[in-house]
Design a protein around this ligand. Structure first.
Ligand SMILES: [Cu+2]
Length: 117
């Protein structure tokens, strides 16, 4: 009887732990861009339901994102980034959208160094 109770408690603990982990997820996504304008554009695009934090590093091109996996998928985050003209390792922006970016943001054609801006 006692053993059964303990194993029930262990099962419950495991279930609760995995439930908590499935909700808030931290991810690092490679996002291509050049400058402060890109940073603003990327982070504004990720001001979206289910995303708690989005911070893009201009130098490393890494986006640190914290999101609720019940509300948004990582795939959707990639699509949001692509929808404003930026490429990720998974989703590429449409050429038409990329073409609307200002000259300094054209990351496919120019790899600007940070100190140019
Ligand atoms: Cu830019």
């Amino acid at each position: 009887m006692k053993t059964k109770l303990i194993s029930t408690l262990i099962c419950l603990t495991i279930a609760l732990t995995s439930f908590a982990q499935s909700k808030v997820v931290e991810a690092k996504i490679k996002v291509y861009g050049n400058c402060v304008m890109c940073k603003k554009r990327i982070e504004t695009a990720l001001d979206y339901k289910g995303i708690k934090k989005a911070e893009w590093n201009m130098k490393t091109k890494n986006l640190d994102v914290i999101y609720n996996s019940d509300k948004i998928s990582e795939k959707k985050i990639h699509e949001l980034i692509a929808s404003v003209g930026h490429d990720t390792d998974l989703v590429k922006a449409k050429d038409e959208k990329y073409a609307t970016l200002p000259f300094c943001c054209l990351f496919r054609d120019h790899d600007h160094k940070m100190d140019n801006h």
